[in-house]
Each structure stands twice: as C-alpha cells, then as structure tokens.
Design a protein around this ligand. Structure first.
Ligand SMILES: [Zn+2]
Length: 195
C-alpha cells in the first residue's frame, strides 16, 4: 500500500487580515501556490499527493478535517501537512520575528512528531532559520484543529513571517519559494522512506 499525502492550505480569499502590511503577500494565495508546488514535486516522484482545498474560498476547519478523515477511512497510509505563513503582529505594521516553524497538536502521535522532525531537518538543509520550541524538541505543540481533529499523522508548518520585511522579500523571491516547496517535498519523502 502506498502513502497518500494530503496538503492543506490555510485560509481562503475571503479570510480577513493574513497578509503582509504592504499587501504584497497574501497568505491564502501564497500557501495555495506553495501547496500546488509541493504537490507537483511529489507527483513527479511518483508519490500520491493532492490538495484538500482546491477552491479559493475559505473552507471551514471542520470541513477540511472532514475531507482528511474521509480519505483516512478508506486508506490506511495517509499523512497531512497544513501550510501557513506566520505573523507576529496584527498585520498593520512590520515586526521583527522571523523564521520557519513546525507545529503539532497537543495530542500528537509519535508519527506526527517524526514527520515534524523530518520537515525541520529538511528546512535546515534548505537554509531556513528554524524556530525551535525547546532544546531537544524542535516542534511546537499547539491546539490546532487541523492536527487535533484529523486521524492521520499531521503537521502544520509556518512558512516564515508575512509581517517581517526580510522574510517577505525572501518568500516572494524565486529562491525562497523554491526552497520552501523543496523542503516540504524532501521532509515528506524522507518520512516515507524511513517507515
Ligand atoms: Zn495561517
């Protein structure tokens, strides 16, 4: 049986806020583009990957979790990665916090943590400054519906800060976008390989 990779992109076109202060980067648009790039990289490697939110509208968390769990019911090997961009402030001005992070739910399984670890290792390999929760535990535990209410291994990644000017410049560069897409493909394939 092969692994099915589900990719969730946070937020929709009608979600309020969630953008860089200068409006150059919109989280919903960026994470959709990133999700499509990660999906394409995995498909090229013969891995069964698909996005769970094809529409532009904001699909409620409950519906997104339902879509994931429906796949899990008919397939034993599923994993979920939810793509987001971080923010330190309320979006009205630039802030100082920078970096990339991986999050799991408070009830995370060992496999969720293992997937987070693979993604973090890949992030470092692709030159990201990883924000670590604690020495010896690089992933952040948080009460996240997408990870909490889905039954497969699940990790949410915060792909840099949409309210940090340097991060936004990097995210919008070809180099930055490619690195962020590559690191997810690498982390996921490394996770599958070690199963
Ligand atoms: Zn988000």
């Amino acid at each position: 049986m092969t692994m099915k990779i589900l990719i969730d992109n946070g937020h929709g076109i009608d979600t309020k806020g969630k953008r860089s202060p200068d409006g150059r980067l919109l989280e919903w648009e960026y994470t959709r583009r990133l999700a499509a790039a990660v999906e394409a990289r995995l498909l090229t490697q013969g891995i069964d990957a698909r996005r769970i939110v094809e529409e532009d509208a904001d699909v409620p968390l409950r519906e997104r979790c339902r879509r994931v769990n429906e796949v899990c019911r008919s397939h034993p090997w599923v994993l979920l990665v939810s793509l987001h961009c971080n923010a330190a402030g309320n979006g009205s001005g630039w802030a100082n916090a920078r970096g990339w992070g991986a999050y799991v739910s408070l009830n995370a399984s060992d496999n969720s943590k293992r997937l987070a670890k693979k993604l973090i290792e890949a992030a470092e390999l692709f030159g990201q400054k990883v924000r670590r929760y604690a020495p010896g535990q690089p992933w952040w535990p948080q009460d996240l519906a997408m990870c909490r209410d889905t039954v497969c291994p699940a990790v949410l990644t915060e792909n840099l800060f949409q309210d940090n000017r340097q991060d936004v410049d990097y995210m919008l560069s070809e180099e930055g976008f490619t690195a962020l897409a590559d690191l997810h493909a690498k982390g996921i394939t490394d996770y599958i390989r070690d199963l």
